[in-house]
Design a protein around this ligand. Structure first.
Ligand code: PDD
Length: 283
């Protein structure tokens, strides 16, 4: 049996209920966070909670009244769901009002929803498979505040739905000829020994995994640079990675069915980055 938390209580997942008058349902008026938990310990917890706090602030949603107890709610949930590795989802909406009104009532109490499920990752196994994916390229159709981790993800969903028809799992988004990110991950491009990732802006999410790899790789003397990358530079990239809390690091094998990665996985910089992550998490 799996559990979810809504407002003030734990419920069996299949029994948890919310009103359609919740502004999250009517307007997509809410923000969220996704946190991996390895061996019962949420990974980079403070960083995720601090980003959730920033997202709430950006959209002027008050902190839910359970905010001070969030850590213990999550600990209880992890124990109840009891998988070794889990992915935690936290959503805060502006809350439930009796009517549908674009202009929110400032006194509405936010809704807090937290759930977790098993995190299936083989990157932590001794013999893991190269985490290869095939991706597409598309003009970024999303709004101009992708720095906010908003639940309103129609642009991402539409793109991934179209991509999946061609067997593609991710997309390289670009805006005005400049690469932004993926539909569910940040992007890194490797040119020779140089690792490049777009700087944070209103068009991309300041990914916790992105920031983690920037620090980890620079502490280990890799050559890493944050700069704008033109979509034309894709042709010259030796490797392209996507990073996210759920998948950690995935490497692009083919873009629109054209092979990018010819190298043996063991000789890639992506492999070195994954090994550093494994050393960090498996201690
Ligand atoms: N997505 N960019 C976008 C658009 C994302 O949706 C995500 C993560 C990231 C990576 O952020 P982080 O490293 O903090 O997970 C970047 C999550 C996992 C999701 O929506 O499920």
């Amino acid at each position: 049996m799996s559990w979810a938390y809504l407002n003030n209580a734990f419920h069996k997942k299949e029994e948890v209920r919310i009103s359609p008058y919740d502004r999250g349902f009517l307007f997509g008026d809410g923000v969220y966070e996704v946190i991996p938990s390895y061996a019962g310990k949420p990974f980079l917890y403070e960083e995720h909670i601090s980003r959730l706090s920033k997202s709430l602030n950006e959209v002027s949603i008050n902190k839910p009244e359970q905010w001070e107890h969030l850590k213990s709610i999550i600990e209880d949930l992890l124990k109840k769901n009891n998988f070794f590795n889990q992915i935690i989802y936290i959503q805060v909406t502006r809350g439930q009002e009796g009517i549908r009104s674009h202009t929110p009532d400032k006194l509405t109490s936010p809704t807090l929803f937290v759930e977790s499920s098993e995190l299936v990752t083989d990157l932590l196994l001794t013999s893991y498979k190269p985490p290869y994916i095939n991706v597409g390229i598309e003009e970024d159709p999303r709004w101009s505040r992708c720095d906010i981790k908003a639940i309103t993800l129609l642009g991402n969903v539409m793109t991934l739905d179209n991509m999946s028809d061609s067997g593609l799992e991710e997309v390289i988004f670009y805006k005005d000829g400049i690469i932004t990110e993926g539909a569910k991950a940040n992007i890194f491009l490797i040119f020779g020994e140089k690792i490049v990732t777009p700087p944070v802006s209103k068009n991309i999410l300041s990914g916790i995994t992105r920031n983690y790899f920037i620090n980890l790789l620079s502490q280990n003397n890799f050559n890493i640079e944050e700069r704008e990358v033109s979509i034309n530079e894709i042709e010259e990239a030796d490797e392209i990675w996507f990073t996210s809390s759920g998948k950690v690091l995935q490497m692009v094998q083919r873009i629109n069915n054209k092979t990018l990665l010819e190298k043996d996985f063991k000789n890639t910089i992506g492999h070195k980055a994954i090994e550093l992550f494994r050393q960090d998490v498996l201690v």
